[in-house]
Ligand binder design. Structure first.
Ligand code: NAD
Length: 351
């Protein structure tokens, strides 16, 4: 990978390689855009097969955060960090060494909890830096709000594309972790019929018991005759092999980077008549939650922003329809316009 060519093309401002040999810490912090405020993005710990994979992931995820904030009308920039490690090798010292790197950026980067980090781990990082969100003991974490946002997204897509009520829907949910399990609860309360999968059989058994969901094998979830496919596990599950299997009319889920190749696979979905809810728009509830925690939580403000997910998605669907482009391309356009406008407003205020 030609590093400077890549960051120029993707628009990153700064990429920090963090190395602490005593704790065997290898981490990468990517700041995509801090022009509107501190770059916000959670930290993921993952045993990447190669350093190039880790770099690719952090660059893509941090750019997604910039677009996510813009679409959610949140005045922050986009960033992300990855720690390259086996989750079993996670120690308090390693997390604290990482926290010192976050601190060295003096608030240009604010982080929180992502895959393989628990709220307890985040509190370890917090011992070295105040630039961490989502650490409040009382907070239930961002997942319940993320699930509410995904429900709003499903509602918008179904109203726009299917003209069905939620209680008439059959929905396939891939991944029953923090967000997926909350989403099952919300959809069950709305009367939807659930089909679920997870690689963890305790989770599928629990969701079957609580919400009467039909459990299927991980590979089977793509092939079901359902209205909505909701990816809530890890990224890149929609690709050349899985998209041809889909029978759902709508893809609407919480996972980040659902499409292995955004340009290619958003076009493939469109060509199959499948309506895609851009991931960084529909899953912005988590960012909305931690941002509001950071500025001093006021429920009515947070819920207004959350409801904005529904309106923004309808705006994106309309742009895509009018211009005959994919929903992914329409979301990029909308995000870029909002970033441009916010930069102009900020520059006007400063002069
Ligand atoms: P999680 O780790 O709690 O849950 C992920 C679940 O997916 C786990 O139960 C895991 O066993 C399952 N899984 C993994 N591989 C699978 C496979 N091949 N097939 C089926 N199941 C599989 O994560 P989470 O917090 O629920 O987040 C889910 C996704 O949503 C992630 O991509 C995350 O980045 C994204 N996201 C989460 C939030 C949030 O608030 N937690 C916010 C925005 C986006």
């Amino acid at each position: 990978m030609e590093l400077f060519e890549t960051v120029t093309r993707m628009g990153h401002e700064q990429v920090l390689f963090c190395h602490n040999p005593e704790q065997n810490l290898k981490a990468i912090i990517a700041i995509h855009d801090a022009s509107l405020g501190s770059a916000m993005g959670a930290t993921r710990l993952w045993p990447y097969v190669s350093e190039a994979d880790a770099l690719r992931d952090v660059l893509r995820l941090s750019r997604g955060m910039t677009y996510k904030a813009a679409c959610a009308n949140i005045p922050v920039g986009g960033g992300k960090a990855v720690i390259i490690a086996d989750p079993r090798a996670k120690t308090s010292e390693l997390l604290r060494a990482y926290g010192r790197f976050v601190n060295s950026l003096n608030g240009r980067f604010i982080t929180g909890q992502d895959v393989n980090l628990s709220p307890r781990d985040v509190r370890e990082i917090c011992r070295e830096t105040k630039y961490v969100v989502g650490v409040s003991e009382k907070s239930g974490g961002p997942a319940p709000i993320t699930a509410c946002g995904v429900l709003l997204g499903i509602k918008a897509a179904v109203e726009f594309g299917l003209q069905k009520r939620l209680d008439e829907l059959k929905i396939a949910i891939q991944g029953l972790g923090n967000v997926g399990s909350n989403l099952c609860k919300l959809l069950y309360e709305k009367g939807a019929t659930l089909f679920v999968t997870d690689i963890n059989s305790e989770r599928t058994a629990e969701i079957k018991r609580l919400y009467g969901a039909t459990v299927v094998e991980p590979d089977e979830i793509y092939t079901l005759d359902v209205d909505v496919f909701s990816p809530c596990a890890l990224g890149a599950t929609l690709n050349d092999s899985t998209i041809p299997l889909l029978k759902a009319s709508i893809v609407a889920g919480a996972a980040n980077n659902q499409l292995e190749n955004e340009q290619l696979h958003s076009k493939l979905l469109k060509s199959k008549g499948i309506f895609y809810c851009p991931d960084y728009v529909i899953n912005a509830g988590g960012l909305i939650d931690v941002y509001n925690e950071m500025i001093g939580y006021e429920e009515h403000k947070a819920f207004k922003q959350l409801n904005g997910i529904y309106d923004t998605l309808l705006e994106i669907f309309n742009i895509a329809k009018q211009q005959d482009i994919t929903n992914f391309e329409a979301a990029q356009k909308l995000a870029e316009e909002r970033i441009k406008k916010a930069r102009l407003q900020k520059a006007t205020k400063e002069h």
